[in-house]
Design a protein around this ligand. Structure first.
Ligand code: PEP
Ligand code: MN
Length: 272
């Protein structure tokens, strides 16, 4: 293991709690981040935000800038989406997590985001990591799809070295020989990262599986293995989603999943 003076467990001992206004990630209370893959319309975002808030989510997710593999697919509503996120935040009080793809967008994304998401594809975009390292805003750092845990920790260390210690690690599945699922959700990551780092760790069972019907199973497993929270894609009409509908829960299935996760949280001595 490389030298990591800021993010290593031994640098702090107890786990870091990342505070986001009246919410937090880390500590006894589990964090639930939910919402669409991408912000598509005011109606879509508001309906989904109200539903996930009602079911107990504390944070709203939703991409304004989408890192799509194909340049011909929906790339996100960008500034329009930021306006819609601000609206949803004002109405529901949910904290907003949205992806920062480019340092040139830092200011305008930062106006609405309570947490900057650094996506899997940018986990080793070192100039972007340096930029968010200089910010005073929490960062949700997703594991690169082909990154080792040590590389993830070193990416977090880079952010911390810039001065920003409010970092949340996220396991979102890795590429393996398996093609039946979109990714292989590496739940090994959770106890490993928590042993070697004091940073909170959350799990993304949506990208981790790529199948909506698998999401509740892996959400329960994530909590059982010690995750500090989950980030889940929810869409009010998954069949009409412009992005990742196949792995998105409906509001009803999200609510059901929350009911299933709660007893696991209790068994783990956590609150939800
Ligand atoms: C996302 O959460 O919207 C996303 C694009 O995920 P990842 O970066 O993990 O692929
Ligand atoms: Mn997605």
């Amino acid at each position: 293991m490389n030298f990591m003076p800021l993010t290593a467990r031994k640098a702090r001992g107890e786990g870091t709690i990342v505070r986001v206004g009246d919410q937090q990630v880390g500590g006894l209370r589990l964090t639930v981040i939910a919402g669409p893959c991408a912000v598509e319309s005011e109606e879509q975002l508001l309906a989904t935000a109200r539903a996930v808030k009602g079911a107990g989510a504390m944070f709203l997710r939703g991409g304004a800038y989408k890192p799509r593999t194909s340049p011909y697919e929906f790339q996100g509503l960008r500034e329009e989406a930021l306006r819609m996120l601000a609206l949803a935040k004002a109405e529901t009080g949910l904290k907003v997590v949205t992806e920062l793809m480019d340092a040139r967008h830092l200011e305008k994304v930062g106006e609405v985001a309570d947490v900057f998401q650094i996506g899997s594809r940018n986990m080793q975009n070192f100039t972007l990591l340096d930029e968010v390292g200089r910010c005073v805003k929490p960062v949700l750092l997703k594991r690169g799809m082909a990154a080792t845990l040590e590389e993830l920790l070193l990416a977090a260390e880079r952010i911390a070295a810039g001065g920003n210690r409010d970092i949340i690690l996220c396991e979102r599945g890795i590429r393996t020989f398996e093609t039946a699922t979109r990714n292989t959700l590496d739940l090994n990551a959770v106890p490993y990262l928590k042993r070697w780092s004091h940073l909170p760790v959350i799990v993304d069972p949506s990208h981790g599986t790529g199948h909506w019907w698998m999401v509740p199973h892996l959400a329960r497993a994530a909590v059982a293995v010690g995750a500090d929270g989950i980030i889940v894609e929810v869409h009010f009409q998954p069949e009409n989603a412009l992005c990742d509908g196949f792995q998105s829960l409906t509001p009803a299935s999200f609510e059901r999943m929350m009911g299933e996760v709660r007893p696991v949280a209790e068994a783990m001595g956590r609150e939800l």
